[in-house]
Design a protein around this ligand. Structure first.
Ligand code: HAM
Length: 454
């Protein structure tokens, strides 16, 4: 017997409903604008990939690969993984399509759903959305600074003013290997004080111990050697150059010697942007440099790269916490209201004609009373209503009501489109006239008017 329970969305996934989707559209539109400003071009990669891409790119000993990936075997026996992040896919696509050879496609951005089987909580979902940017093929510290500035420009465009930027450096593979020996030596001496997971990490991924949220581990590792003290000359110079570029632009940041990040592909610069309003899941953006990633996933040559990804859900929460309201309903210019079935069909045709003329309008699809149709028009804040019943059909006219002023007029059926367009234009002009005057450059030059104080 099949169970007939009512089905719900999967834990950790969320439906985005009307009201929210419009706000997301605004945010995504602003992100695209900023990407254009910085000259990044969009790439859309598949949401599932060969499991090896992430296992090798993100690292076998990371939480993401070990515990969080949605991996399944497909009908052909292949191991497939829903992407937990975008960077490995972008680098794979860049190598596969030889985008580097084209010379111009080196700054890319993406937006879309990512999947991680983490414990759901506020700001942490199993299907969540990121937007991100990647610059491929350059070691230049300017690229590191640019991706950070790009993300901060998105925050600026959204009106999000409170954030903190934390940056660190993980050095290159060579300096990290030397540091790892020192760190393992240190951690071996305090192993008894570490949590069980961290004890395991000492052998597999010792840097992650520094990132453990457990209070005992944090205290025990307070005096651990810092990677920043063990950078080689080139890595130190690179990190200093990134800091100088940010500093010159007046961008405030904190150097965090313990920043580890949850992905193994990082080298040199790492960074996170935190929002003070989000509680435990306060990272709205994470990123860094990954010069070895292309080779980790099978590329022949080293392709230096740097980028970031930001969680759109967390940005929406931060906007809400900051009181920035982006919810709105789409504009309804005309509501068509019928009295009786004959008029209903006629209005259906008129509605189609108006839409072809670019007018946003709605006609009744349900069997509601005139009163209910009027209520619906008001709820949608329609500007005009076109009302027709038998009387109007006989006279070949329609009642056009301005829902702002309440004025009514009779319009011949043949004149509906032109009259509606005229009235909408007039209403727009009136709305502009009612807006408070803005101080313009001309006002500035002409100085105070007669009788006004200088
Ligand atoms: P990440 O730090 O793992 O980095 O994720 C980036 C951002 O995605 C986080 O700061 C957070 O805002 C959001 N995020 C991550 N997991 C979740 C979740 N479970 N629920 C909601 N939001 C989440 C990366 O993914 C790297 N690919 C970033 C990068 C790009 N590095 C270089 N290029």
């Amino acid at each position: 017997m099949t169970e007939n329970r009512s089905l719900q969305s999967i834990r950790g996934t969320h439906d985005l409903l009307p009201g929210e989707t419009e706000a997301w559209d605004v945010v995504e539109g602003l992100i695209r604008d900023v990407m254009g400003l910085y000259q990044y071009r969009e790439i859309r990669t598949p949401v599932f990939e060969d499991t090896q891409l992430f296992a090798r790119g993100i690292g076998e000993h990371t939480d993401i690969v070990n515990k969080e990936m949605y991996t399944f075997t497909d009908q052909g026996g292949r191991s497939i993984t829903l992407r937990p992040e975008g960077t490995a896919s972008v680098v794979r696509a860049w190598l596969q399509h030889r985008l580097g050879a084209q010379g111009t496609v080196d700054k890319l951005y993406y937006m879309g759903p990512m999947f991680r089987q983490e414990a759901p909580q506020k700001g942490r979902a199993r299907q969540f959305h990121q937007f991100g940017a990647e610059v491929l093929g350059t070691d230049a510290p300017e690229a590191d600074a640019e991706v950070i500035m790009l993300f901060l420009s998105v925050l600026d465009a959204l009106g999000l003013e409170t954030w903190s930027l934390h940056i660190g450096s993980l050095g290159c593979r060579e300096c990290r290997a030397e540091y790892r020996v020192l760190l393992v030596e240190f951690l071996s001496g305090i192993e008894d004080l570490l949590c069980e997971e961290c004890r395991e990490r000492v052998g597999t991924n010792p840097l992650r111990v520094l990132d453990c949220k457990n209070e005992g581990c944090r205290l025990a590792t307070a005096k651990a050697p810092s990677l920043l003290d063990h950078l080689d000359d080139e890595c130190r110079a690179h990190f200093e150059a990134v800091q100088a570029l940010l500093g010159d632009r007046g961008i405030p940041f904190t150097v965090d010697p313990r920043m580890v990040r949850g992905l193994d592909y990082y080298e040199r610069t790492t960074f996170e942007v935190l929002s003070p309003d989000l509680g435990a899941q306060d990272a709205i953006c994470g990123g860094g440099r990954y010069d070895g990633l292309a080779q980790m996933i099978g590329g022949k040559d080293r392709v230096p790269g740097v980028g970031f990804a930001a969680g759109i859900e967390r940005i929406m929460l931060a906007l809400e916490a900051a009181g920035i309201d982006l919810d709105f309903e789409p504009l309804c210019e005309v509501a068509l209201i019928h009295i009786g079935d004959a008029a209903r069909q006629r209005l259906f045709t008129i509605c189609d004609t108006l839409r072809r003329a670019g007018v946003a309008c709605t006609t009744e699809l349900f069997d509601r009373s005139v009163k209910a149709q009027m209520r619906e028009a008001n709820r949608r804040e329609a500007l005009l209503a076109l009302i027709a019943g038998e009387k109007e059909l006989e006279a070949d006219t329609i009642t056009l009501r301005n829902l702002v002023s309440g004025d009514e007029e009779q319009v011949a059926f043949t004149d509906i489109v032109t009259t509606v367009l005229e009235r909408l234009d007039q209403m727009e002009e009136e709305a502009v006239d009612e807006e408070p005057d803005e101080w313009t450059d001309e006002d500035e030059q002409s100085g105070p008017g007669p009788g006004e104080a200088a």
